[in-house]
Design a protein around this ligand. Structure first.
Ligand code: ZN
Length: 213
């Protein structure tokens, strides 16, 4: 083996180790946990060590970029899908769940429904259980997601201007319109399907065209 090939193999190993450390421990600079679909940078730092960190922290800290990656969901689905599955397993009588979005979950949705970032306060996700194991998600402007989740129907109506029955009816019709889509179950299962709910605006749904995302 040539010495060049040897050093290549060594740097491969260092890169793998750096990504593993980022996956397990988060970004070494801001401490942020790696979110599904969040881009990260691998490279050498000022001391010449190979590290991986979130893209926001890479500037000025990574001197030489060796690669760019995206944190992919594991086999069980996205982080938000795993959370929602566990929630409904625990609360089998509930039809919906209001929670804060993962940062990356909100960014992807906002980008794919072509809403200018920051134009609406999308601080909550309204998760609807359509059937055991099948859920859909709506990014919503809820002033107080935790309170809405605990207090139930009346708090949701007060915060969104729509009753839970109205919200659920919209969910069903939005899904019926897309029932021809063979990818639907996968999307719902993996948490890749969203419909945006903005008061006074038409409903918009993001349908992924590629599984490689
Ligand atoms: Zn960071």
């Amino acid at each position: 083996m040539t010495s060049k090939r040897k050093s290549l193999r060594r740097s491969d190993k260092l890169i793998r180790k750096a990504i593993e450390a980022y996956d397990l421990g988060g970004c070494p600079f801001c401490g942020g946990p790696p979110e599904d679909f969040a881009p990260y940078t691998v490279g050498t730092d000022l001391l010449g060590q190979t590290i991986a960190c979130c893209n926001a922290c890479a500037d000025g800290r990574i001197v030489s970029v060796l690669g760019i990656g995206v944190k992919m969901p594991d086999d069980q689905g996205t982080q938000w899908s795993i959370h929602d599955r566990a929630f409904f397993e625990l609360h089998s009588d509930r039809r919906f769940h209001v929670r804060k979005p993962w940062r990356r979950e909100a960014e992807i949705l906002t980008c794919h429904v072509a809403e200018p970032a920051g134009s609406v306060p999308c601080n909550a996700v309204f998760v609807v259980r359509l059937a055991p194991g099948i859920r859909t998600r709506f990014l919503c402007p809820f002033p107080n997601p935790e309170e809405a989740d605990e207090a139930g129907d009346e708090a949701i109506a007060a915060q969104t201007g729509q009753s839970v029955a109205q919200l659920l009816a919209k969910t069903t019709s939005a899904l019926r319109a897309r029932s021809e889509n063979a990818l639907l179950l996968d999307e719902v299962h993996l948490g890749l399907a969203w419909t945006a709910l903005f008061s006074g605006k038409p409903w918009q749904t993001y349908t992924p065209t590629s599984r490689s995302r």
